[in-house]
Write a protein that binds this ligand. Sequence first.
Ligand SMILES: Nc1ncnc2c1ncn2[C@@H]1O[C@H](COP(=O)(O)OP(=O)(O)OP(=O)(O)O)[C@@H](O)[C@H]1O
Ligand SMILES: [Zn+2]
Ligand SMILES: [Zn+2]
Length: 831
Amino acid sequence: MTVARVIVDVPSRDTDRTFDYAIPERLAAWVEVGSRVAVPFGPRKLQGIVTSLAADAEVDKAKLKPLEEVLDAIPPLSPELVSLGEWMSRRWLCPLTVALQAMLPAALKGRSEKYVVPASGAAWTEEETARSGGLLLALGKGKPLKLAALLQQYPEQGQLLKKWLREGRLEERQRVEDPLSVKTVLTVYPAEPARLREAAGAIPARAGKQRELARHLAERNEPVALARLTEAMQTTSATIRSLEERGLVEIRAVREDRDPYADREFPASAPLSLTEKQAEALAPIVRALDEGVSRTFLLHGVTGSGKTEIYLQAIQRCLESRREAIVLVPEIALTPQMVERFKSRFGARVAVLHSRLSNGERYDEWRKIREGRAQVAVGARSAIFAPFTSIGLIVIDEEHETSYKQEESPKYHARDVAVERARVHGAAVVLGSATPALETYEAAAGGGRRAEPEEPYYIALPERVANRPLPKVHIVDMREELKLGNRAMFSRLLADGIRARLARQEQMVLLLNRRGYATFVMCRSCGYTAACPHCEIALTYHRGSHNLRCHYCGYSEAEPTTCPSCDSPHIRFFGTGTQKVEEALAAAFPGIRVIRMDVDTTTEKGSHERWLTEFRERRADVLLGTQMVAKGLDFPHVTLVGVLAADAALRLPDFRASERTFQLLTQVAGRAGRHELPGEVIIQTYDPEHESITFAQGHDYTGFAERALVLRKQLGYPPYGRLISITFAHESVPMLLSIGGEFASGLRGKAASAGIGKDFDAGGRAALEVLGPVASPIARLKDRYRFQCMVKYRGDFDASLLVSGALGAIGDAVKRGGVQVSVDVDPQMLL
Ligand SMILES: Nc1ncnc2c1ncn2[C@@H]1O[C@H](COP(=O)(O)OP(=O)(O)OP(=O)(O)O)[C@@H](O)[C@H]1O
Ligand SMILES: [Zn+2]
Ligand SMILES: [Zn+2]
């Protein structure tokens, strides 16, 4: 092979095709499908990825420019991932390079020199040393050598170098000294507990904080990071230094390991003996694993039904057959608690990938997978691209979660990617949820209407483990509360519930459903609301800085004192934030200990974990938060879950609003009473008859789904029809109307000539309907107006192909006018 087809990393229409390059002799051993390369491109030098190799070029071979460099010793993408990228680019209408880049760890993007060093403990025979022609000698000097230089200097040894890199005897480094690996943390080492306790007694009362600290450390009896201690104990490092002066602690700078979980002990866990129901659920999955056929399962199990144990045992089976497993969990649920369950069972064979890791850490975990040191990848959405070569099982926990859809290009859904990868690998896919997406449920169960379940195969776990009951759910009509003169944030029932838990020292989870319940500013006299002058979006009030901010473009302005529209002084901040609830709790229940978890309190790395640990250790009574407290948490002492403003998101202009609300309520209710203590749930709402709320009260997923599906069918929404939304953005509205109109009529024409009608009837015939162009729900963003066309279709044809054809036809006009176009296939968020 002497020609490489390369896709360059420029995400535009014009460059969305491969370009041919000659492979120079010296690089011949290194260029593979999936290699990252540097190539000349006109006057520029670009990065690209080799998507195929060919013996001959499409143009005159003598005119081909040569590849300049191979950027990694071992290609970061396998041929399988390259073709997956091609599939994604067709499926979600994005440039191929965008799909391929999404699979690379961030540390591999951009330019950086690569170095090669011998791995610690690696050894070579004399014969190998001789064959290496001086290469090993050079490396043996202990200094990392540049990969590019080695390729130049030892052209004959290319294959050897590559072999040793693959075997892990040589290692590839990003930098000579990776600054991340020498990071240190100040750590407090306490003295013996007995000594601490004795000394605490002798510390004078005026140094009460020191005394409290000494007692705390005696109880804790293990080293703790200084920063963590000051925060947990609400004290300063000076106080801890005073303890050091007293000889009660020692503060040392400790090298922080790059393995984010390295300092944690994971007690080994053995497989539980499954309940009868669990065993029944596992059986068909094991059968598929043993047969090595690709099959998808929907594991529909109520909260606390023991789905995770089924995942674990399925993974076990997969590993026994020497294949690898990927487990996806929503980013927000990727807590130490979740990670612990996998690490305890499979130890060092687990690699963890999530966004809170630094680029260096992520890269390390990614390399563990690629080099075969890990066989289980646990991670958020993008872990679906884990560079395994022999996948046996893919698990998607909480498969209904919206975070599995990426909202920026490539706008892929991890569920679809999982099914496609599984098809190629002959792997099983397990989609688990207590509240499956209606699309998944309809496909699997057909709502019980189909005699033979098709793909995915439906497995139900309708009961909790050990016959624990699902919690009792009460609904409180907040309008009634108001009529009775209760203007507080908490209904009488909820307030009583909180008081009772405080008295019994049990714990509570309070959810503030803030989606659609923005903290906006409104004039009570004229109804004026503050909106961003650049985007059609209400400004959000920020308490700390007393200003109003746009969450889309960052615009901010000072909090108004009088209404800009009518001069009335009755302009004020509306809606409820978690901060306000926290204050109300403190006022109503003196001494209550609250942990507030929302975007503001969890931005710092590791803070999310820290809060949850504190709550687990029962150092707080209430865990208060937004959506992030609803998922996957398993705390034995939580006996009350309260939902403030359950209906806040119901009125969003999105056909999935009631599905999302039902899912959220059911999930959060599932946090209560998961262990010995029974649980209770109180839902406050202004809309107590809404189906999302009444079905959640009855823990009745099936009832909810059947009703919702009837509506979906009438309206031709998913799962009975599919959507593609195309958004055009530009400063000028007439331009948008003309481009949008041209696109819509072009697409209609293409559909008609393909024999596809526009009528969306119940008969299930192929149909395609183009709605719009109309102003988008966000009508202006960053000073650009936005118009959208919604394509609604059904039937067995490639609608994406038609859309891409229609976009191609207006391509020149779009380019000339400088119109931005974005396409979302199967959109999840209609806002
Ligand atoms: N076979 C078993 N024997 C004993 N205990 C079990 C068994 N299976 C699961 N459990 C326990 O039951 C509890 C609930 O299980 P798990 O967290 O796996 O449920 P889940 O279905 O994943 O719940 P959710 O959807 O709410 O996250 C856990 O504490 C778990 O340890
Ligand atoms: Zn006003
Ligand atoms: Zn804005």
